[in-house]
Structures are given as C-alpha cells and as structure tokens.
Design a protein around this ligand. Structure first.
Ligand code: COD
Ligand code: ATP
Length: 785
C-alpha cells in the first residue's frame, strides 16, 4: 500500500514499530506482563478524562490515544500503561462497560496484547489472564498449593502436572483464579520460589462450545437426489454410504467424547496437506499420516491417518465437515471416530507452541508453524512421488483456500438454482444466496448460514443473526479487520459481523490476514468495533477499526472476464484468439464434456433420467441425440441442466483457483449460458459478448453441426436472444465479418483489459470478485464433496 493510503491498522502498527526497539529494550509496554490496557471508547474523550477515571487504580505510566494521522482526531482507541499488572487488572474489571467524561458510549476495556502474542494461536483470552504457571516442590499436593495461593483471591482450579505413567508430580502446577486481579496479585506477591508466570492458554481447549453440538439431520438440507455414491454438500449421507458414517451426526452427539479420528485418504496426500486440511477446524493436536496401505490386487492403495483434536467438539466438527470431502478432487476422505484407543491424549501443545525435537509429538507428526508448509494441493496432480504438485499449482495458504471454497460454493449453489429455475426464464443477475434449488440437487449450506459453524467459537456473546444489507446499499462505514494469525472462513466473519445489522459484505484480501467489512449503517459498524475488537473468533484474534478512505491502489489481483454470446456466434474462435496472447481460457463447453464422461455422476444421472438410448455403444453420452431432445424440449433441457450445471460450475471453480495461483492477470471464462444461468455474473469484472447476424449464426451452426435449418433454429431459440446479451455487455465483438476483423477487435480488447489493469484501480470489489471466484473452493473443500 502506498503510504498516503495506508490503513489505520498500518499506522497504528507503524507507531508501535517506531517505538518498538527502544521500548522493547526497556520493556516499556510488555513489562510487567498484562499491564497495558486497550480501550475502545468515544472519540471525543480526552486524555484528562482517562487520567481522571483511571488513576485511582494505580500509577499510570502513559496514556496514548490513537489518532488519525492526517486530521489528528482521536480514533476511539486508547492505551493506558500501568506500572503493575494488578493495577491494570483492577482497572479493566472496574471500568469495562462504564461511561466516562460524559460520553454516552460505554468503554470496552481489555488487557492489551504483548507483541509476542500476535503470532500465537489462542482461543481464550480469559485464560491467558487468569491462569498462573508455578514451580512447586514435587511433594506438594493441590491442597498445599491452594493453601499458598488462596490468600490472593478465589481459585477456580488447581492442577499439578504429573507424569502420565507414574502419576508423580513433575514439580509444576497451574493455578487458575476466577478474576484476573487475583491472579495478578498472586503473580506479584507470591513467594519468589514459585516462579509464577501467566500461563499460555492451551490452544483451543477453551472453546466455548455448547454442551452438545447440533449435528442433527435438520441442520442439513435433505438430499433428494438418488446419487448412487458419495454425497453432495455437507456430509449428507446417500444410499451408498455406510450407516456408521453419519451416526454421530444424526444423534447429535459425540457420546464417547472421542477426540481421535481415523482418516482414509488418497495415498498421494502428504502429511502437510492433511495436517493443513484438518487444521481448518480449531483444536488440532496432531495428525499422523501412516504409510499408504499395500495395494492388494484389484484394490487401490489408500493412505491412513490418525487425527487428534484437543476437544471432542472439534473432532465431531471435523468429521462432519471433512468426511466425504474430495481431496484431491475425485478422491474422497473417509473420516470416522476412532474409539479403539481411549487412552488419554497427550497434553495439547499444538502448533504454535514451539515443540522441540524431543517433543512427544514429533513422533506423531505434529507440525509447528515453522515446520508446516502452507501449501495445500487443491487440484493436486498425482505424482509418482506422492508428495504433491509443484508449488506453482498450489495455493499459498489455507486462508485463501477457505476463502476460495466459500465463493465456489456460491457459484455452485447459484448454478443449481439456475439449473432448476432460472434457465431460459431470465434469472436475476445476482445469485440469490438464500435461495435453494427446488430440485433438491444442491444443498443450501450457504456462505452465511449460521448452521455451518458454531457461533460459540466467538469469545464474546453475539447478538442474534441479522439479514445482510442489499449489495447495492450505500456504504456508510468501512471497517478494517485484521485476524491473527489467520482469518476464519468468510462465512464465519460474515455471520459474526452481520449480527450488528447493516452489513453489506466482508472481503478478506488474498493471502493476507486482513480485509474489510462494508456497512450500510454507521452505528452498526461502530457497535461491531466495540464488540469485536480484541475478541477471538474461531481461534483468530480480531482487530477491528475504521478503515481509511477507500484505497485506490491496486493490489495485484486477478480478475475474471466473462465471454459469452449465442450458439455458434464465435465464442470459441474469440477465446482461442485470447489464448494466443497467453490468456487462460476456461471453457464451460469443454468442461461440460468432461463431466459427462462414462462413470461420472452426471453420466449416471443422465442414463437414469433419459434412458440408455442416450448412451452410445461405446458408453459415451450420445450428444447428437441428447441435443436433439433438449433443444426441442424445455423440460428435458432443464433436467439436463440440473444434472450437469452443478458439476460444471464446480469444475470451473477449481480451474479459477488453479489459474489464480499461477499468477495470471486475468482469465477468460467462456460461458455460453452466462446470462441464462446468472451463476457467475457477480464474480465477473467485465463481460464480452460475441455476436453476429442471425443469418450467419444459423448458417455456421448448420455447417458446423450438420443440422437442418429447423434444428439450428431450435438451438438458437433455446438461448437468450443475442440482442439482449449485447445490451448487458461491457464489450461487444462483432463476428459477422472476416476473422481478421474479429482478431482486430480481440487485440484492442486485450490491450484495453491489460491497460485497465495497469492504470485503473481494480477496486477492492473486484478483489472480492476474484478472491471470491478463485477462492471458490475453500468452502467446497470443507462443505461440499
Ligand atoms: C446437449 C448437449 C449434449 C449437446 O452437445 P453438443 O456436442 O451437440 O453441443 P455442445 O456441448 O458443443 O454445445 C454447443 C452449444 O450449445 C449451447 N448449449 C449447450 N447446452 C445448452 C443448454 N442446456 N441450453 C442452451 N444452450 C445450450 C451452447 O451455446 C453451447 O456452446 C450438450 O450441449 C450438453 O450437455 N448441454 C448441457 C450442458 C450445458 O449447459 N452446456 C453449456 C455450457 S454450461
Ligand atoms: N468470423 C467468422 N467467419 C467465418 N466463420 C466463422 C467465424 N467465426 C466463427 N466461425 C465459424 O462458426 C462456427 C461457430 O464458431 P464457434 O465454434 O467459435 O462458435 P461458438 O460460439 O463457440 O459456438 P458454441 O456456442 O456452439 O460453442 C465455427 O465453425 C467457426 O469456425
């Protein structure tokens, strides 16, 4: 980002960075630990207001009000550094929620994070401030420790760390208080020999999960299709699956409190890939990929893994989300609870807690962040080594993957909707996320569906869900969001930020841990800052603040260009001309051929729906016969669309992601039914329509496909009129003249698209489009099959 356009977070960070060297040496901010307050407050409050209200808690070393760099106005965030931890603790406990200086907004008072914390994975802020780690004589029991520490305040829990086999004390213990001020007092005043320090929270042990996770069947949209194997969407059982596969979900329980899962996976997956995938669900303790099983005659070899979470809810959640998921595409994961080993888990030092080589986890393949590679094969080409595709074909981080999948699902859902309802009836240009396919082919696990995750993964109580504001609403406020260390999926953020009302959209920047929330309602946005800043959502610590005025700079973001037209108007011809310039083309027609190859799901359904007379002796779909049928018969066409379109759009999504990670500037998406289906419209930066005269169109179609005039007309009439498509185009290519004339137009358009990228800002909206479109997958990975 150019300097003048930096976010307030950057500025704040700058300020931190500027002073960090000297301050770190002096230990100014982080010493003693937890002695600095972070306060979200009214912007009109003054330093005097703070001093007046906070000095009674102790010695204030510094009050720092975050100000806008250009205007100098307070931004509604203040830091107060106390000399002692207990002073800060008391001030937080007393002042949180109070109003000061005559300002009506109650203060939100939190303990500021130390610098080191930013990169740590913590689920529970509270525990960080309540729990002390102490060194005790090995002879000490819990009661002995209580005798020493209860003088400082009410103790919630004491646990002595013991050897798992011998049960002997290791000479360490945790003391957890009910209030931070008590923990702070103990930290400051207990005997030195105890060497008390604030304990790092155990990662994700403190998920505020409800007593049971709702995995009841009604949380799924019923699948009415007769899919012969596998399942579509979010772990939805189909007749081909074993009963045990979904038992835990249907009963809504994880009765044994099982935290271990067994995973049968593609032998081509490696440890990192699997670890990253299961790490999407917070609370992963370890993931141990065993060698692929020996290939028996007639059987494929499979990889086998044990995955362990540090809590049963996470295990159940992972099973729900990842069982049946195709990873890599075409190869389903089989995830089950492992009840065979009920031995206690190793304690939950997970990634991020710096295990040395002697760590008990090293044998289980636990990865520290430094060890783990964030590369996850979305569309891994099977390699003989089994270690995955080249870096270029793989996404750079999991956040992008999750983001991707969210959007992919959207496309797919929209496709399903169009297939069932919209085709040939002029569907809305915006996919209706809240709509559901009437044919039951698609699930309605929507981007913003609260049923898709557990909102209690948020460390603060949230208001109930609210509808999103219309996408064309005026943007009253933009918030800048930072998620540390990595953002949760967008659907989670949408749900969380949407609960204050007036949320238009959330978009996270690709490969970064930050993004924006657009609100139509300023007060709602302010409330979101007030409530969410400093909170944890799905293991990510949020920083939420007002964004600087819209950044006009252009992050290098790929964009998507739709290429459409009428049947035989020359789309493929134009697409091949773009390809000559090195621009990748995703052809829906080509993909449509792939998804009906013998043995595919669509192929089976076509056979079921239309009968074997539409299958040739070689086992292929008889395209001519099927074409003759569906271009004459609208109902048959809709049925075929409903079978093929979900598969087509899913593949499109994967292709988008692949191209994105290859670093292309833009991609041409050749979509004959772009307007008819409406599925991808909202993801496109520009739309090109290739048109020609009706006479040329009919003639070319007849010649190319060996059709009678009547057959050609039927095909033309099965689509929107070309005029209507042209009316919605950003660019029109007239293809009634010679090919060289068409080529000239393509060249101009190519240069313009290049130029527009170089000189015009690709707005963040477009970023969303691309992120979205490319991202399309992430959600699929988790939620689709
Ligand atoms: C009906 C099928 C078997 C005919 O195959 P055929 O090889 O003769 O045609 P091809 O696939 O090359 O399509 C040619 C053109 O027909 C038009 N077309 C194809 N399907 C449709 C449809 N369902 N509705 C309207 N027009 C269509 C498009 O303009 C396409 O570019 C085939 O088109 C098909 O499977 N269609 C359903 C999938 C689909 O909608 N494909 C279009 C891209 S999403
Ligand atoms: N300018 C042109 N002059 C002459 N022939 C052309 C021209 N443009 C395209 N054609 C021919 O017209 C036919 C249709 O073109 P093309 O296959 O590119 O159309 P399309 O829009 O991709 O068709 P479909 O909708 O079936 O996929 C092809 O045989 C192509 O060679």
């Amino acid at each position: 980002m150019a300097d003048g356009r930096r976010s307030s977070w950057d500025k704040d960070r700058d300020r931190d960075n500027r002073s960090s060297d000297s301050d770190r040496k002096e230990g100014k901010y982080d010493e003693p630990p937890n002695s600095r307050l972070f306060i979200v407050c009214g912007k009109t409050l003054s330093e005097d207001d703070f001093r007046e209200s906070f000095q009674r808690f102790g010695t204030i070393e510094e009050i720092w009000m975050v100000r806008d760099r250009t205007t100098g106005d307070p931004k509604g965030v203040t830091y107060i550094k106390f000399t002692k931890t207990s002073e800060a603790a008391l001030a937080m406990e007393e002042m949180n929620g109070k109003c000061i200086g005559g300002h009506p907004r109650p203060l939100k008072v939190l303990i500021a994070h130390s610098r080191d914390q930013g990169s740590k994975r913590e689920m529970n802020e509270e525990e960080r401030l309540l729990r002390l780690f102490v060194v005790v004589p090995k002879t000490y029991t819990e009661t002995d420790i209580r005798n020493h520490f209860s003088e400082f305040g009410e103790i919630e829990h004491i646990s002595v760390v013991r050897d798992r086999q011998t049960k002997e004390s290791k000479g360490f213990a945790y003391v957890k208080y009910t209030k931070m001020s008590h923990a702070a007092k103990a930290f400051e005043s207990c005997e030195r020999s105890f060497k008390a320090v604030f304990a790092d929270p155990k990662p994700q042990r403190q998920i505020h999960a409800p007593p049971h996770l709702k995995f009841e069947q009604e949380s799924f949209t019923p699948l009415t299709t007769s899919a012969p194997t596998g399942h579509i969407g979010l772990g939805i059982p189909t007749p081909g699956m074993h009963a045990f596969d979904f038992l835990p979900h249907n009963t809504g329980q994880n009765p044994d409190g099982t935290t271990r899962l067994t995973v049968i996976a593609s032998p081509n997956l490696n440890q990192d890939q699997l670890w990253k995938l299961f790490d999407i669900v917070p609370g992963l303790d370890y993931c141990d990929l065993r060698k692929p099983s020996q290939k028996r005659p007639g059987q494929q070899s499979r990889g086998f893994a044990i995955v362990v979470y540090n809590n049963p809810q996470s295990a159940a959640y992972a099973l729900q989300k990842l069982h049946g998921f195709e990873y890599p595409p075409g190869e389903r994961l089989i995830v089950r609870f492992d009840t065979s080993d009920s031995s206690p888990l190793p304690s939950s030092h997970g990634p991020g807690h710096g295990m040395g080589p002697s760590s008990p986890y090293s044998s289980f393949g636990v990865r520290t962040p430094a060890q783990s590679h964030p590369m996850l094969g979305l569309r891994q080409q099977t390699s003989s080594s089994g270690t995955g595709a080249s870096a270029a074909t793989l996404p750079k981080d999991l956040a992008a993957l999750a983001e991707t999948i969210v959007q992919a699902t959207t496309i797919i859902q929209a496709a399903g909707l169009a297939g069932a309802q919209g085709a040939l009836r002029g569907v809305s240009s915006q996919p209706k996320l809240e709509s559901q396919s009437s044919n039951g082919l698609m699930t309605s696990q929507l981007d913003s569906s609260p049923s898709s995750y557990d909102p209690s993964y948020c460390s603060v109580k949230l208001p109930s869900p609210q509808p999103l504001a219309p996408t064309d609403s005026h943007v009253a406020e933009r918030l800048f969001i930072v998620c540390i260390p990595t953002p949760p999926p967008t659907y989670v953020l949408k749900d969380v930020f949407g609960r204050f009302g007036g949320l238009i959209d959330i978009y996270m920047l690709h490969g970064k841990n930050c993004g924006y929330a657009k609100y139509a309602d300023k007060a709602a946005a302010e409330q979101a800052i007030l409530t969410l800043h400093g909170q944890d959502v799905c293991g990510a610590r949020l920083k939420v603040m007002e964004a600087d005025p819209q950044d006009k700079s252009n992050d290098s973001i790929m964009f998507l260009v739709g290429l459409t037209g009428g049947i035989a108007s020359g789309k493929s011809m134009v697409a091949s001309m773009f390809q000559d310039y090195g621009i990748p083309v995703i052809s829906a027609d080509e993909i449509a051929r792939e998804v009906v190859l013998p043995g595919t799901r669509a192929w089976k359904k076509i056979q079921e729906e239309f009968g074997s007379k539409y299958i040739t002796a070689e086992g292929m779909v008889d395209r001519k016969a099927l074409g003759d049928l569906i271009f004459q018969d609208e109902i048959a066409r809709k049925k075929l669309n409903a079978i093929t379109h979900p598969e087509i759009y899913k593949q499109i999504a994967w292709h988008i992601v692949k191209h994105f990670f290859h670093g292309h500037q833009f991609v041409i998406m050749e979509l004959p039914l772009l307007f008819e289906s409406g599925a991808t419209l909202s993801f496109l930066h520009k739309i090109i329509v290739v048109t020609c005269s009706k006479e040329d169109q009919l003639q070319r179609l007849q010649e190319r496909n060996q059709l009678t005039l009547g057959e050609a007309e039927a095909r033309v009439n099965a689509q929107w009129p070309l005029d209507e498509k042209c009316a919605r185009a950003d660019y029109i290519i007239h293809n009634s003249g010679s090919l060289s004339k068409t080529e000239e137009q393509v060249t101009r358009m190519y240069l313009e698209l290049k130029e527009s990228y170089a000189h015009l800002p690709v707005r963040l909206l477009v970023g969303t489009v691309v992120l979205g479109a490319l991202s399309t997958l992430a959600y699929m990975v988790v939620h689709s099959h």
